[in-house]
Design a binder for this molecule. Structure first.
Ligand code: FAD
Length: 325
């Protein structure tokens, strides 16, 4: 049997989990075993029926009052218990922040090896897997052994497909034994994104700021320039780590992947984890005081200078151009 750990949040199954189940279904056919799914929390019960169209024959639902919000160790314990009672060949999760976090806990608790971000899986005595590494800039071929193969599926490596003949899956409710310690990390509250702002993922112009901006207040002029150009502001992880901007503004491997017409990167060095998030920008303009900064070599245009001088000059030049003077 193969178990797919399905992520759901506020009555919606994650698209990346549906992609994961598509790979799960292919593997289930290859190995002639059934595909099961695990939904965590009773809210999952309402979604169980829909998984028939992904080829799932049985949905296991982990029931506990405290599972109404995401809690990585508690989710991992649910997976561990299901593995111990059903002995699957493979456990899959989507290659998301949550999928990786939960499966890392599962691997640690079961002492099983885990292969993350797989794009291809070839079953055998040990599995041959192809994995995305370094934010997608390198493919690794690896062998995965272990009594139960633990895998996460790289986002968008496979398109989600519905099975031609969907049958309603059976439902198995179980109550995992969870301790207080399993809830040490859990979602305690949510900060909703400001929907009046243009979203980073959709913006045609992004003005990104890095550590070189110098402070949270330093972003005011980036906001001004972004708004003049009908765009939005992004930032590097150094900036979110410093608390200058929220994580929802972060561009990169562990932030948002952007694809604007123009990305103006201000005081950002160009670390690989940042660049994978902006590699789809059609035009990259770097502003940096260091001509040797890695981002300068990758930029379409580079302005070498101090942001304190360059940004006011840029703002004035845009204003003059927009006023036709
Ligand atoms: C697992 C992992 C995931 C990560 N994910 C991400 C991610 O999603 N996104 C991300 O951005 N990073 C990510 N990082 C962090 C990444 O490696 C870098 O540390 C980070 O991108 C650096 O941010 P920065 O360019 O703002 O800062 P720095 O590297 O410190 O660069 C600052 C730049 O500003 C320039 N500068 C300084 N002052 C001025 C000035 N007055 N005028 C003009 N230029 C100036 C400097 O010359 C320098 O080039 C990740 C790291 C790891 C290990």
């Amino acid at each position: 049997m193969i178990i797919g750990v399905v992520e759901h949040d506020r009555d919606k199954i994650s698209d990346l989990s549906l992609q994961m189940l598509t790979l799960g279904n292919l593997l289930a056919e290859q190995l002639s075993v059934p595909l099961h799914a695990l939904l965590i929390g009773e809210a999952g019960a309402a979604l169980a029926r829909t998984l028939g169209s992904s080829g799932v024959s049985v949905v296991h639902i982990a029931k506990n009052d405290r599972l109404d919000e995401y809690a990585p160790q508690a989710w991992a314990q649910c997976v561990v218990e299901l593995v111990s009672t059903t002995s699957p060949e493979i456990v899959l999760a989507a290659g998301t922040d949550r999928g990786h976090e939960v499966m890392a806990h599962v691997a640690a608790r079961t002492d099983l090896p885990l292969a993350t971000n797989c794009t291809q899986v070839q079953p055998g005595e040990s599995f041959e897997v192809t994995r995305l590494r370094w934010g997608g800039s390198l493919l690794e071929e690896a062998q995965l052994s272990g009594a139960v193969k633990l895998l996460t599926v790289a986002p968008h490596a496979i398109a989600a497909q519905e099975v031609p003949v969907a049958a309603e899956p059976g439902v198995d409710m179980f109550s995992p034994g969870l301790a207080d310690d399993d809830f040490r990390v859990r979602v305690a509250g949510r900060i909703e994104p400001d929907r009046s702002k243009i979203s980073l993922g959709d913006a045609k112009v992004v003005v990104g700021g890095g550590r070189g901006v110098g402070s949270a207040e330093g972003f005011e002029i980036l906001e001004e320039i972004a708004s003049m150009l009908g765009g939005t502001v992004g930032c590097s992880r150094a900036v979110t780590s410093l608390g200058w901007r929220p994580h929802s503004d972060q561009v990169g491997q562990t932030g948002t992947r952007i694809a604007p017409d123009v990305y103006i990167a201000c005081g950002i060095s160009g670390a690989i984890q940042h660049m994978v998030g902006c590699k789809s920008a059609k035009c990259l303009v770097a502003i940096n005081k260091d001509p040797e900064a890695p981002i300068v070599a990758q930029a379409d245009y580079a302005i070498i200078g101090d942001l304190k001088q360059v940004l006011p000059a840029l703002r004035d030049a845009i204003r003059n151009a927009q006023n036709g003077s």
